[in-house]
Design a protein around this ligand. Sequence first.
Ligand SMILES: Nc1nc2c(ncn2[C@@H]2O[C@H](COP(=O)(O)OP(=O)(O)OP(=O)(O)O)[C@@H](O)[C@H]2O)c(=O)[nH]1
Length: 909
Amino acid sequence: MTVGSGSTPEAAARLVAMLDDDSGYGGSVVDGESRNRLWHPGMMKDRPTPSHTPVLPGEDNSAVEHERRTVASHVLQLYYNQNRNTLGRAIHGTIDTLKKFQDMNMKWPAHYPSVQSDSSTQAQSRNDPRPGLHHTQSSLDNNLEINQSSARPRGPRRADTSFGEDTTQAESSSATARKPITEPRLVSPQLAHDFSVLKLELKMGSRNQTDLVHSLERGSIASLLDGQIQQSIRHLYALKERIEDTSSKVLVTGDLNAGKSTFCNALLRRKILPEDQQPCTSIFCEVLDVRENGGVEEVHAVPIGSVYNRHDESTFSVFSLQELEKIVTDNEHFSQCKIYIKDIRAVDESLLNNGVVDIALIDAPGLNNDSLKTTAVFARQEEIDVVVFVVSAANHFTLSAKEFIFNAAREKAYIFMVVNGFDNIRDKKRCQEMILKQVAHLSPATFKESSELVHFVSSNAIPVAPPGPPGGSGASAGSGFEEPGYVPNGGGGDDDDDNEDAKGKHGEPGSPGGKGKGKEREKIRDFAELETSLRRFVLEKRARSKLAPAKTYLMNVLSDLNNLATVNRDIAQSELDRVKKELDELEPAYEQSKKARTEAGEAVDHTVEDATSEVYGYTRDTLNSTIDRIAEHDLGIPYPGLLSAYQYAEDIRDAMLQEISETVRMCEEHARTQAVQGFNGIKNLGILHLGNKLYADVMFLPERMFRKPIHALARQVDVEVEIWDFFDVASLWERQEKVAGTGMAVTVAGVIGGRMIGGVGWLDGALGAVKILGSNNIRRLILPGLVATVAIGVSYALTSIPRSLPRRLSAKLSSQLTALDYVHRNASRISSEVRRALKGPANDLRVGLQRSVEKLEVKKEETSKFRTDAEVARKYFGNLVRDSNDLRHGVGRVDLEGTPPGLAATYGH
Ligand SMILES: Nc1nc2c(ncn2[C@@H]2O[C@H](COP(=O)(O)OP(=O)(O)OP(=O)(O)O)[C@@H](O)[C@H]2O)c(=O)[nH]1
């Protein structure tokens, strides 16, 4: 850490050790805080601005004062380091938190407040900036964001992010509306407005953010959020790199011959840069620490048009330090040069290596019409942390100088002013007044802090080591400016002219020799003051340029995280409550649906069975009765007479068949009605157990039943009309008994006729008659008997055809149908059709009931799982609310504005 061989004061050494200890990320926040308290409890308050040229009571005090300042400088550095480490730890903590949030967002898609748009609320919200953003608006920062912040409190936090976001766009997109929020999420317009870093930027046609966020489902929003978190993590890594970057650049510019090179040499305590009474520096000379060049002191001159890369020798030419004079005047070939030198000063005094920042000094060419623009562009570069303007005390500000400061002041509000050659001035007070007056006009901000930012010095009075390699002829660091190896910058000073200054500000009475020595000391002290101020300025600038963006961004991202966590915690809690209630209702519903499955299942079976058996019974009975009574039916066919008897018989037969077929059709119709009834029964069961919806559109079409063609009955039965069908023997017998008195012949004839009609046994009858009557009687009776018999039979048969024929035919038909099992077959067919027709709806109901049970079971499982998830989410977001809040408070305590604790005491007089 220590550069050079100078002695380090004890107090400083102690602090340096602390600096070393605190440079890593090993310690905890608590350590940092307790250390903070150790330094100076309750000292986080504004310090009085120290006077830049404190009047010291005597020479003896100067050493004490010097040490005090050194310690103060170290406290400042330590404080800076501590802030940097606190922010670094907070960045790590935030990245971890964001990564966990990302994981959670995958499992439990986070809800995101929708962004409303309404300019009135936007304006209202602007007046109500979020806590912790006030810092960005205050002093000593010359960033553009300051200007924005004073006008719009919300500006800086957008400007600080480096996503390339457009501030205007961010503002417009963050606009909030007062119109009532329609979404069920627990989001207030203010909350939606407050999102800054994790804002979902959605652009799609003419639709606004609100529409889009509303139209996106939760998963899509969560994945957009995931992208935003990823971006935020990347930005945090970039910020971490930025705060850990210790390099800083100080541009020294000013009028021609104002003493810029002399001033730089004085800061370095080495005569490195060529000084001349004539303007000589014509290119930018950047002085860097030798360690950046592998420890080799040399000059790299960068040819015009080349882009410098230290690792690529083709981009520069190497020269020795002694050759520098040649190069700085050569603006024909070179555009700039890099000078690597060894810092001979101790870490507690050096500006270049002060343990916190590695400062590179850039000696710019004197300002004139040609160089003005180039230098202005150079000064505007982001890597230039501080602009030091050297002005000649004797010449004051030239036109070029005024123009430069005026422009630069717009960019970087504060400029560090070095009024050089103060030794040349007789009336120092007047000179100071005049210069400050001009500063007030050129850069009001700088003027306000003039005690810190405007210094009157004589750079040439600072003893510097001669050119050449360090370490020779007793060159040493620190306060050894009276060592023999040192020569005053300007070659011994000009004390002779200064005797009258004894009356001036820093003058002190004494012998002429003492006077001269005293004046020298005074100049050196003034310069030391300048150095302390410059170091502080650089550190404060760094705090603003490097730490402030990190702080602001952290505050924003943690605030967003906190808002998101709060919203999501509340949502998770309400989800949890809802889901618990749902589960309480689901359990009985599930049991009920299981019961319904059994009960309704049985009921539907009964319905189908009842309908089927009813139809079977009905069909069977109806058919049987029709067949049995078919002979008695009035078939509506008139007897046409004997001549058409055969046709009549056939018509009767056909009509009977027709009648039976008609009955079958009627039974089918009955079956349809029963099926419809059965279906309605099933449907009612369904509505009862599964709700109306399921059956709202279901139709039962009975006409679709019995569409299968059946064989015509005429083809199945074979009832031929025979001659005997015309004679009704049974009734003939009845008749015989009634007409017994008509004589034996008739009886015989009847018997014979009956026998004859009866079939094959007629011969027996004949023989029986012969036996009874004897052969003679037979012989006598035979002819008239036969005649009578035939006459009676024929006449009777012919008269009884309309009555006997249907009976005869129906009997034949009935026996045929019995043989065919006609009734049973039809009853089975028709009832089966009913069963078949009801099968579909019954099955649907059974499946519906089963599904209902399964659905409830699945829902129960899902809801239980959801409850577990909601419990996890509520716990997670609850912790996130706490963690983000803790982190935010930690970051909020990082005070980049205030004085390091203890420094006020150091400066207090
Ligand atoms: N009396 C006096 N002379 C000084 C002081 N500082 C610088 N000089 C002299 O002023 C002259 C110019 O100094 P430089 O450091 O070369 O000036 P510069 O601003 O670097 O010049 P260019 O960059 O070439 O414009 C030199 O001769 C220095 O010795 C000072 O504080 N007092």
